[in-house]
Ligand binder design. Structure first.
Ligand code: PLP
Length: 382
């Protein structure tokens, strides 16, 4: 047998690996510019605040069409800072979805307020605003819609609930940088929007980083003050804040990636379209849907597998295909919130039991996409 034939056979036999996320590919393509940005910060000697942070803030503000963007240490700290800037604290209630990442509800508890969990829509995975409305009391001060997996919550309904009861709206847009609701950028609709640059988000930093955005000048200056221990002038503290600053090194590296965000989003959209076209009609599988008025930027492509979810994940694993459950336990059922009393949120519970996210990152090759499609089809026939 000739070498070429052997080589060909080996390639044929080798399964295509599809990790849930592969950051190396994206970073390798940008390596010269990332190295240049790192060198610039290194030589500047400025490691807190300054022009790198300011220019990244301006670029994000421009992208989203907001007047203020405030770089912060993480997506979690963006939510915490937003609540602090709104003076939300003990005795206040804040409504948020139960089916979300922990930080959304965790930050409410950290400022001493009470998180009030609402159910979710089984189609778009976002907060069920009719259910949220039933949970409003005299103490409700704010609502935190989460734009889960990269698709905006029903913001018209959220804003009308908020105006009926004078609630502040904090958009948790950690997973939705570049997403739009009826032509408006996620994060630009409520009093403020919070973003995360955690490495697995659509714009991923090299560590932790986040952003708080707003069109409200007063809110922005308060948030800027609280970001830096409540001090305008060093060692003179007007308010009790914290250290919620974004590092210049992260800002410089993120600025390089930000220029590519639109092309990353387009590739995620095209991967999602491909999955949807290939997986439609498979029994035992519900595909994610984007509302026509939304621009979904697909931080996750999340299937619902009502029966045999574990079997499906194991089957994918046996084919070297990554998957993850976002999120296996809704917030209202988390041990740390037991003291709030026990409630049932049937749809959030169902989503937690049925959801599984498959690889959707921009650098997936056609071979990798096909491997996921084929494994999924094969599993459905087994
Ligand atoms: C990632 C995420 C956060 C927290 O962001 P970090 O940067 O990890 O602190 C908050 N909310 C949601 C919905 C997220 O996905």
């Amino acid at each position: 047998m000739g070498r070429d034939v052997l080589h060909w056979l080996l390639r044929w036999q080798l399964p295509v690996k599809v990790p849930l996320l592969d950051l190396q590919k994206q970073n390798a393509e940008l390596e010269p510019r990332l190295t240049e940005a790192f060198g610039r910060v290194l030589k500047s000697g400025r490691f807190i605040g300054g022009p790198e942070v300011e220019s990244f803030e301006q670029a994000v503000a421009l992208l989203l069409g907001v007047s203020h963007a405030i770089g912060v240490s993480s997506g979690t700290d963006a939510i915490l800072l937003a609540l602090m800037a709104l003076d939300i604290g003990p005795g206040d209630e804040v409504i948020c979805p139960s089916f979300t990442f922990f930080a959304t509800g965790g930050c409410v508890a950290r400022v001493g307020a009470t998180p009030v969990f609402a159910d979710s829509c089984p189609v778009c995975f976002n907060i069920d605003v009719a259910d949220a409305r039933r949970r409003v009391t005299d103490r409700t001060k704010a609502i935190i819609p989460v734009h889960l997996f990269g698709q905006c919550a029903d913001m018209d309904a959220v804003m009308s609930l908020a105006s009926d009861h004078k609630l502040a709206v904090i958009e948790d847009a950690a997973q939705a940088l570049g997403a739009c609701y009826k032509g408006r950028a996620a994060g630009s609709i409520g009093v403020c929007g919070t973003f995360s640059f955690y490495p697995s988000k659509n714009l991923g930093a090299f560590g932790d980083a986040g952003m708080l955005v707003t069109n409200d000048a007063e809110f922005a200056s308060k948030a800027r003050l609280l970001r830096n221990h409540g001090a305008e002038e060093r060692y003179f503290h007007k308010k009790v804040g914290g250290n919620f600053r974004l590092d210049p090194i992260q800002a410089a590296l993120l600025s390089v990636k930000l220029e590519h965000l639109e092309s990353y989003s387009r590739r995620r959209e095209s991967n999602a379209r491909y999955y949807t076209s290939q997986l439609t009609g498979i029994e035992g599988l519900r595909l994610p849907e984007a509302h026509p008025y939304n621009r979904h930027i697909w931080n996750q492509y999340t299937l619902r597998v009502p029966t045999r979810r574990e079997g499906f994940r194991e089957f994918l694993g046996s084919r070297d295909i990554g998957s993850e459950i976002y999120y296996p336990l809704p917030l209202h059922a988390q041990e740390c919130f037991f003291p709030l009393g026990s409630i049932r949120l049937p749809l959030a519970e169902r989503l937690a039991a049925e959801c599984v996210s498959i690889p959707i990152y921009p650098e997936l090759t056609q071979d990798q996409l096909n491997a996921v499609v084929e494994a999924t089809r094969e599993f459905s026939l087994s």
